[in-house]
Design a protein around this ligand. Structure first.
Ligand code: DLL
Length: 433
């Protein structure tokens, strides 16, 4: 079965006509149904007049995570609470949870878009999908679950945890597709090895990995370890959950953002001005079909660029480049901007290191300090101390050379860094405590 092939290959002009129509409907709807937007439009003296062109959206206000928090829990709903059939929430480390509501039609569209995403990954109803994204208020588990069902594939709702059992189930059931965070896939791999389960006994062929940033080097590492194609999936609770954008298996180069449902913009996070097509900046998304909680120009804080080059898979929806990080994850170390993904690339290019690392930031005597803690392979750890010291020095030099910051590099014994079942916690910033 092919999902929405007609929508996925719409010529650009038809796609943009559809977007404009949906956008105008959305403006009308939020103006009349969401007091937050009504007030915002009034303050700015904007009437939800019919926009003539999509680019006119630049005159409309943004929505920020804080706006959702201020309207906690149900203040952003555009429908009566009785019409909401499901609620998810993202915990966030500080403050109140961010709540997201869905109508029956919203959950159906979501399942359809996740099915579309699975299909872009080459999945069919013949696949067995091992779903290790967490089930619960987090959108990963249920999002992937209903998408796989809508496709007609066989879904295993394993959720996170009990990692050894997961590997056994994967082997015994012959799972062909693995869904989890990239960091958890590595944990599954190590657990399989430790349990004496050979990777060649698994039938996996594709991994659908997302919910956290990961680099091309990490992708290569995962692909080599499992002998699979590792594909990137993007999404965020506020907008829907997983399945906002998905990499296709044909090109494996950037993620198609499903533009018939989401209108993407790239802005300069500082000036808040739109950037030219292809420039790198912050992704801003407007939901075009959400009923329960439509959002106008939502500031994702995720950094990427839009790629308008036609994809070899035939889909016309633009691709976003892999997310290199969030603007609020960017570390400023003694005035130098550093993304954790840049450090990940350097570490994974170095022989003898494992892909498990943590960045510890502190302040000593008014100066920021950065410590890069990274695990080494067993063979290296049993090596002479001077070899380890040489390796630490080498990485330190690379970081200085490529990123311009001085970091202390510490080699950690194998399994010395805690494994996560969901999103990996790679940054420990003591300055924020
Ligand atoms: O992480 C939804 C999701 C579940 C996506 C499963 C993919 C797979 P939140 O918990 O709200 O939702 O976190 C959203 O995670 O703004 C990004 O910063 C980050 N993120 C999600 N996918 C990717 C990705 C889910 N593929 C936040 N690459 C987003 C990099 C990602 N970062």
């Amino acid at each position: 079965m092919v999902f929405d092939v007609q929508k996925e290959t719409l010529p650009r002009d038809e796609l943009e006509t559809l977007q404009l129509k949906r956008l105008n409907y959305l403006l009308h709807k939020i103006y009349h149904n969401v007091p937050f937007y009504h007030q915002k439009f009034k303050e700015l003296g904007i009437e939800p007049d019919r926009l003539q062109a999509i680019s006119d959206i630049k005159h409309l206000p943004f929505t920020e995570k804080q706006d959702l928090r201020n309207n906690y829990p149900f203040g952003m709903f555009a429908v009566p609470r009785e019409s909401v059939v499901r609620i998810h929430a993202s915990s966030g480390t500080t403050g109140k949870a961010t709540v997201v509501g869905y109508t029956q039609r919203d959950v159906e569209i979501w399942a359809g878009l996740m099915a579309r995403s699975f299909e872009a990954a080459g999945a069919t109803r013949a696949d067995i999908v091992h779903n290790a994204y967490g089930y619960g208020l987090f959108t990963g588990g249920l999002g992937a679950h209903y998408g796989a069902e809508a496709l007609g594939a066989t879904i295993l709702p394993v959720s996170g945890g009990a990692t050894k059992r997961q590997v056994m189930l994967m082997r015994d059931f012959g799972s062909t597709i693995l869904c989890c965070t990239p960091s958890y896939s590595l944990h599954l791999y190590e657990t399989a090895l430790a349990a004496g389960i050979s990777i060649s006994d698994l039938k996996l062929r594709v991994g659908i990995f997302g919910a956290e940033p990961w680099t091309e080097e990490m992708r290569q590492d995962i692909q080599n370890k499992f002998g699979i194609k590792a594909l990137d999936i993007y999404g965020l609770s506020e907008i829907m959950g997983p399945g906002v954008a998905m990499e296709c298996i044909a090109a494996q180069e950037g993620l198609h953002i499903w533009e018939d449902h989401f209108l993407p913009e790239i802005i300069d996070p500082e000036s808040e001005e739109p950037l030219a097509l292809g420039e790198k900046g912050e992704l801003v998304i407007t939901t075009l079909t959400k009923e329960a909680q439509p959002l106008l120009r939502y500031r994702t804080r995720d950094i990427t660029r839009l790629n308008p080059i036609p994809c070899r898979c035939g889909r016309t929806h633009y691709r976003i480049e892999r997310i290199t990080g969030r603007s609020d994850d960017m570390l400023i170390i003694r005035g130098v901007n550093v993304f954790p993904s840049q450090i990940e690339s350097i570490l994974l290019e170095t022989e003898g290191l494992s892909p498990h690392y943590q960045l510890v930031i502190d302040r000593e005597g008014g100066m920021d300090t950065l410590e890069v803690r990274v695990e080494v392979h067993e063979s290296m750890f049993s090596d002479e101390i001077k070899h380890l010291q040489r390796l630490e020095k080498k990485i330190q030099n690379h970081i200085k050379e490529f990123l311009g910051v001085t970091a202390k590099v510490t080699m950690v014994e194998p399994m010395g860094i805690a494994r996560s079942e969901g999103k990996a916690q790679r940054i420990i910033d003591h300055r924020k405590q």
